[in-house]
Ligand binder design. Structure first.
Ligand SMILES: [Zn+2]
Length: 438
C-alpha cells in the first residue's frame, strides 16, 4: 500500500510546485478586518480559498471555518482522529531578497519565496500526502483532517477559534518547525522588576532592547550633563540567549565603573548583579532549574528603561518541566526582597509536553527514519510552536537537522526535492498510525 502511495507522490512533483507558486502569489500577512468573509484580510482569504479549491480538486472534503481556518477531510461524517496543522499566513517579506518573494523562482534546486518553508510549502506537502492516500483508495480506520490556519505568525487566534468549534482531532502533528519530532516546549515566564532612582542621581535616561523576546543589540544611557554612554551587543532569540551578547548587561558594567559615587550606584550595582554578562541560566535571580527531558532554564534580560525616575528591567525566561511560573515568581520575590527592586509585572505560560513513548510519537519517528534513513529522536525547544496550546500535539518537520531554510529572513526557500520527500514522510506516518490503537 505504501509503495502505491509513494509512486503516486513521485508523479506529483510538478503539481506541487504549481500549487506552491499559487499560494506564494498571495502576500498573506495577517491584516485584521471587520469583513466576516476575510477576517484576516483579502490576501489571507484568497490564499485560503486557493488552498481549499486545490483540495477539492483532489476529491477531498473542504470547509471554510469562518475565514479563520480551512478544514480538509479524508472522509465525510466521521469525526477525524488524526490531524495535520499548517498555516497559510506569512511574516512580511521585508527587504534584501535576491529572488521575487512571491514568484517561487527555482535556482540550484531551491524554490524561493516567503512562506516556502514556513508554512505554505509544508501545507502543500501535507495536502499531497492526503490526496495520494485518497487517490490510492487506502481504507482509513482513523479519518484524517488537514487544518490550514490563518494567523499563526500573529498569535494563533485561529487555534483558539478551532478549539472553540471543536474541530481539532485528538492526534495532531504540525509541520511548522523541525524534524525529527518536537515533543517538549519549555514554559515561559515574562516579568518586569522596577526600582526608583534617587532624584539627585546623575543618570537622566536609559534605554536598551526593542522587543522582549530578543537579546538587546544596543543600549544607551544619558547623564544629566549631556554625556551619552552606549553599549553594543549581538542579538539572538530570547529562547537561546547564550548565542547573543546582551548590550544592556554591558551598559550596566560601564555605568557601575563610571558612577561609583552616584546616589543611584546601589541600584545600578544590583541591576548589574541580576543578569551579569554571559550568565543566562537565571542563577543570579535564584531561579535556575534543569531536567533531563527539557534541559536548562534560560533567562534573557530583553528590555531596560529609565522613565520618570523608575528603572525597569524586563526578563524573558524559558523554563523546563521541573519548575513552574508560580515557583519562579516565589523564588524571584525571595531574591529581590533585600534589594531596591520589586516585581511589577509577571506573566506565565505553561510548558507543553507529549510522551515520547506514545504510539503516536513513535509512529512519526519511525516513519521519518524509514523514509529518510536519518535517526529519529525527540527534541525540546525554548520557543513555542503552533501546537503549544493543543493537548497531545507535536511539531513534525519540515526543517531537517542542520538545514537552514532562512525562515522569516530574505531568500527563504525549500529544496524542490523536499516537497515530495516531506509528503512521503507524512504519508508514511499517516499510514503507520492506521495500524496503531489510538
Ligand atoms: Zn510557521
Amino acid at each position: 500500500m505504501k509503495q502505491r502511495v509513494f509512486s503516486k507522490l513521485d508523479g506529483m512533483k510538478d503539481e506541487a510546485i504549481a500549487l506552491l507558486r499559487t499560494l506564494l502569489s498571495f502576500d498573506s500577512v495577517d491584516t485584521p478586518t471587520s469583513d466576516p468573509d476575510a477576517p484576516h484580510g483579502e490576501a489571507v482569504a484568497g490564499c485560503l480559498a486557493a488552498a481549499l479549491n486545490a483540495a477539492k480538486d483532489y476529491g477531498l472534503l473542504t470547509t471554510n471555518l469562518d475565514g479563520e481556518a480551512g478544514l480538509i477531510d479524508s472522509d465525510e461524517g466521521i469525526s477525524p482522529k488524526i490531524g495535520m496543522l499548517c498555516h497559510l499566513d506569512v511574516v512580511p517579506a521585508g527587504e534584501g531578497w535576491s529572488h521575487d518573494p512571491f514568484k517561487g523562482e527555482i535556482e540550484d534546486g531551491k524554490l524561493f519565496g516567503r512562506g516556502t518553508s514556513d508554512d505554505k510549502g509544508p501545507f502543500v506537502c501535507a495536502l499531497l500526502a492526503l490526496a495520494a492516500i485518497r487517490a490510492c483508495d487506502v481504507p482509513l480506520k482513523y479519518p484524517i483532517r488537514l487544518i490550514a490556519g490563518t494567523c499563526e505568525e500573529t498569535g494563533s487566534a485561529d487555534i483558539a477559534h478551532c478549539k472553540k468549534c471543536g474541530v481539532i482531532p485528538p492526534y495532531v502533528f504540525s509541520p511548522d518547525a523541525n524534524y525529527p519530532v518536537v515533543n517538549t516546549e519549555k514554559g515561559m515566564a515574562r516579568f518586569s522588576v522596577s526600582a526608583t532612582l534617587p532624584e539627585d542621581s546623575a543618570l537622566s535616561s536609559l534605554s536598551g532592547g526593542e522587543v522582549l523576546n530578543m537579546v538587546p543589540q544596543s543600549a544607551a544611557a544619558t547623564l544629566k550633563d549631556g554625556t551619552i554612554i552606549k553599549a553594543e551587543g549581538k542579538s539572538a532569540h530570547a529562547s537561546t540567549p547564550e548565542l547573543g551578547e546582551n548590550a544592556v548587561t554591558s551598559l550596566f558594567e560601564i555605568l557601575c565603573a563610571q558612577l561609583q559615587s552616584d546616589p543611584a550606584y546601589g541600584i545600578l550595582e544590583t541591576a548589574r548583579g541580576l543578569h551579569p554578562p554571559h550568565v543566562t541560566d537565571g542563577s543570579p535571580l535564584g531561579i535556575e532549574a534543569s531536567d533531563e527531558i527539557s534541559g536548562s532554564l534560560t533567562c534573557s534580560l530583553g528590555l531596560a528603561r529609565l522613565e520618570d525616575g523608575v528603572l525597569t528591567l524586563s526578563f524573558d525566561v524559558r523554563h523546563p518541566l521541573c519548575t513552574s511560573a508560580d515557583e519562579i515568581r516565589e523564588k524571584l520575590e525571595a531574591r529581590l526582597c533585600s534589594t531596591p527592586f520589586s516585581v511589577t509585572k509577571f506573566q506565565g505560560i505553561a510548558p507543553h509536553h507529549v510522551d515520547e513513548n506514545s504510539p503516536f510519537v513513535q509512529s512519526l519517528l519511525s516513519a521519518y527514519t524509514e523514509v529518510t534513513g536519518l535517526e529519529g529522536y525527540c527534541i525540546a525547544i525554548g520557543g513555542g510552536t503552533y501546537v503549544h496550546d493543543i493537548d497531545g500535539g507535536v511539531a513534525f518537520g519540515t526543517c531537517f537537522p542542520n538545514q537552514d531554510c532562512r525562515i522569516h529572513s530574505p531568500d527563504e526557500f525549500i529544496p524542490v526535492e523536499d516537497l515530495i520527500l516531506n509528503a512521503k514522510i507524512f504519508a508514511a506516518a499517516l499510514l503507520k498510525l492506521q495500524d496503531q490503537t489510538l
